[in-house]
Structure formats: structure tokens, C-alpha cells
Design a protein around this ligand. Structure first.
Ligand SMILES: Cc1cc2nc3c(=O)[nH]c(=O)nc-3n(C[C@H](O)[C@H](O)[C@H](O)COP(=O)(O)OP(=O)(O)OC[C@H]3O[C@@H](n4cnc5c(N)ncnc54)[C@H](O)[C@@H]3O)c2cc1C
Length: 349
């Protein structure tokens, strides 16, 4: 359908590969654009075909449906990044926030270090007025270049035009605007000071989708972050885990203080405390539950089965039948399947 394009438009590409949370079914069409011409080209053709379009950055703020997306997903991979005199940094929309931070420090500028922990692109972050540690994109963005998806006209907006609010902007309310690039205006800084700030901010960054260790020499990952790490892939009792890990981390730190030993070995007391905690014991008990819960029949066949069974039992249409007979009738042809699912359920808990 879109085979004559100057760059590749793929078909039925799973969005799980392009979202931080690794979920999402296939995009009917999927294109990665590296420059404005490609973008214009692909949008033009999508318009001709009347296809719905979704603009994608780093996929750190989206949850794509398992059903996928019936139109064209355009991944913005415009990677231009230029520092100019006067503290101006022009970043194209596909540039990662971390890369823009690094470039701003290299250019001797300050005021953008906070963005090191935002795992998105400039485009996605301008749209959402991303922020961290009390600072936001609105504090640094002076101009935004946009392309209107429908008129295919380009324009440049001022900070005021962008109508930034808390995690809000004009772009959230006008999805026809595709962000091409932004100019950030930053103050003169000291690279060493900026590096220190980046280190400080990075300490609060949570590694994504990892099963990292919770402690090492001189460091414990506690509270929400600990809960997130231990629970990646297992969402049961995530909040309890965050609370329990905070309490255990406090005890382990106190113990390390008393011994004046912050080595990995000493901090492993944290793990010992966690293992004895009811939350982790529950986690061990239920560790097979997520796999079991992936069984589609739990959400389709069994609820329908229960509804039909209750309907049969409750229906007044002649002499009363025995519940057991109704059960036998309703489970006809499905008993082996149900028996196996029951075994799986028992194994899961
Ligand atoms: C672990 C983790 C930590 C996070 N920390 C923070 C944080 O501290 N502060 C914070 O504010 N957010 C945070 N976020 C959320 C997210 O990283 C930000 O919202 C980020 O700015 C999204 O950028 P993105 O490129 O990933 O956008 P995507 O997730 O790809 O897209 C988000 C939205 O922006 C639109 N979009 C993307 N690019 C463009 C473009 N070029 N033009 C027009 N629309 C576009 C998309 O259509 C979509 O609607 C965090 C997320 C995670 C997973």
C-alpha cells in the first residue's frame, strides 16, 4: 500500500519493541523518520490514504494496546543537536533528553541537568512539559518548530504560544502539531558543577526493566525504587514491597553505621531482612501467579461459564434440576481443559 516511499514503511510491527514498558500489539504501518523530508513524505501519503497517525518518541510515556494500532506509527528519529553562541541549544525532536543534557554541559551551559533522568525524547518532553526536581521544559524552551499534520505547513512557536502548564501544553490539545525541534536557552555554567549536579540527579534514576541488585558497596536501592526493581514483571504487592524495603534499608543502614562498614557484604544484611519479610515471602509464594494469570481463558471462557451456569441454576422453566447435573451439562467437552487449568492454579499458589 505504501511501498513507493523513499524510505522503508514496515507492516505489522509490534509496538512492544518501541515502548519502554515493552507492551503493545502491532502497528499496521510503521516508519522511522530521520529528517523532515521523510516526515513530510510519510505524512503526505498517510493523508492521501486517510490513515490515522501516531507520533512516537522514545515510548516512555505510552501504553500501547495489545490490539495494536490500525494506522501509521511514525517514530521520530531526527537526531540533529547544535549548540550556538549565546547559550542556545537546538535539539531535533528525536534527541534523547540525556544526550541534550550532555551536549548542554559540553557547551558550558547550565540549567538542564535535571533532565538526565527523563527517559524520553525532546519531542515527547516538550509535548508533556516534562519536568523533574522542580524544573520543567517550559523553563528552558524558547522556540518550538512544528509541522501541522493536516496542512503540512511548518511554523515556529514561542514559549508563550506553547501554553505550557503542569505536564501540559498546547500540543496535548492539538495533536495535529508534530514537534520538529526545540531551541533551549541556557545560562552560562561551569562544566564541573554541572557534572556534580548530573551525578546527584542520576542517583535518583531508576534503571528500567532490570533485575538489578538492590545493594552494592556503599549503596542501597530502597523504598519505591527497591519495590520497582524487585517487582519488575511481578506487580503483586508492589507498594507493600516499597514500604518493607524502606524499613529494611533503614535497619541495614543503621547496622552499617554502627559497624562503620558500608561494604556490599555488610549491606547484604538488607537482603537478609527482606527475605524474612512477609512481603518477600508472599512474593515467593505467588511467583508463578503472573504466568498463570496470562491464561486467556480466565478472562473469557470462565466468566462466561459461570454466567451460563448461574443462569441455568436460577432459571425457572420447569421442574428444578440438580446443581450437579447442571454442572455436568455445562462442563461437557471442557472437563479436561478445566482440570488442567485447575492444576495450574494450584501450582501457581
Ligand atoms: C522510568 C521513567 C521515569 C520517568 N520520569 C519522568 C520524570 O521525571 N518527569 C517527567 O516529566 N516524565 C517522566 N517520565 C515520563 C516520560 O519519560 C516523559 O513524559 C517523556 O517526556 C516522554 O517522552 P517520549 O519521547 O518517551 O514520548 P512518547 O512516550 O514516545 O510519547 C508521549 C506522547 O508524546 C507524543 N509525542 C512524542 N514525540 C512527539 C513529537 N515529536 N511531536 C508531537 N508529539 C510527540 C506522543 O504522540 C505521545 O502522545 C518517566 C517515564 C519513565 C518510564
Amino acid at each position: 500500500m505504501m511501498e513507493h516511499m523513499s524510505f522503508e514503511v514496515k507492516e505489522n510491527i509490534p509496538l512492544s519493541g518501541y515502548s519502554v514498558f515493552k507492551i503493545g500489539g502491532p502497528a499496521r504501518y510503521f516508519a522511522i523518520v530521520h529528517n523532515e523530508e521523510d516526515l513530510l513524505d510519510v505524512l503526505c501519503r498517510a493523508k492521501e490514504k486517510n490513515l490515522p497517525v501516531f507520533i512516537l518518541g522514545a515510548g516512555s510515556n505510552i501504553l500501547a494496546s495489545d490490539k495494536g494500532f490500525p494506522g501509521l506509527v511514525v517514530k521520530m528519529d531526527l537526531q540533529g543537536l547544535y549548540a550556538a553562541e549565546g547559550g542556545k541549544l537546538t535539539a531535533e525532536s528525536g534527541v534523547s533528553m540525556a544526550r541534550a543534557v550532555s551536549e548542554s554541559v559540553k557547551a558550558g551551559r547550565t540549567g538542564f541537568e535535571w533532565a538526565i533522568g527523563v527517559p524520553g525524547t525532546i519531542g515527547g518532553s516538550v509535548r508533556g512539559n516534562a519536568g523533574c526536581f522542580g524544573e520543567e521544559m517550559k523553563d528552558v524552551v524558547s522556540r518550538v518548530a512544528v509541522l501541522d499534520r493536516f496542512s503540512l505547513l511548518k511554523s515556529v512557536l514561542t514559549n508563550g504560544d506553547c501554553r505550557f502548564g503542569y505536564r501540559d501544553s498546547l500540543f496535548k490539545h492539538n495533536p495535529n502539531f508534530v514537534i520538529l525541534s526545540a531551541i533551549l536557552e541556557l545560562a552560562k555554567g561551569d562544566a564541573l558543577e554541572s557534572q556534580k549536579k548530573i551525578l546527584e540527579y542520576s542517583a535518583h534514576v531508576i534503571p528500567e526493566a532490570s533485575q538489578s541488585e538492590l545493594f552494592t558497596d556503599g549503596m542501597l536501592v530502597a523504598g519505591d525504587a527497591g519495590g520497582l526493581l524487585v517487582n519488575s514483571g511481578v506487580t503483586l504487592r508492589g507498594v507493600d514491597m516499597a514500604i518493607a524495603s524502606g524499613a529494611a534499608a533503614a535497619k541495614a543502614t543503621k547496622n552499617a553505621f554502627e559497624k562503620n562498614d558500608f561494604s556490599k557484604k555488610s549491606l547484604s544484611y538488607y537482603e537478609e531482612l527482606l527475605k524474612n519479610d512477609f512481603v518477600l515471602q508472599d512474593r515467593e509464594t505467588f511467583k508463578k501467579a503472573p504466568e498463570f494469570l496470562q491464561n486467556e481463558r480466565l478472562y473469557t471462557m470462565y466468566p462466561e461459564f459461570m454466567c451460563r451456569l448461574f443462569h441455568r441454576i436460577a432459571l425457572v422453566n420447569g421442574p428444578k434440576k440438580r446443581v450437579f447435573d447442571e454442572l455436568l451439562e455445562e462442563t461437557k467437552g471442557k472437563r479436561t481443559q478445566m482440570f488442567l487449568d485447575m492444576l495450574r492454579a494450584l501450582r501457581a499458589v
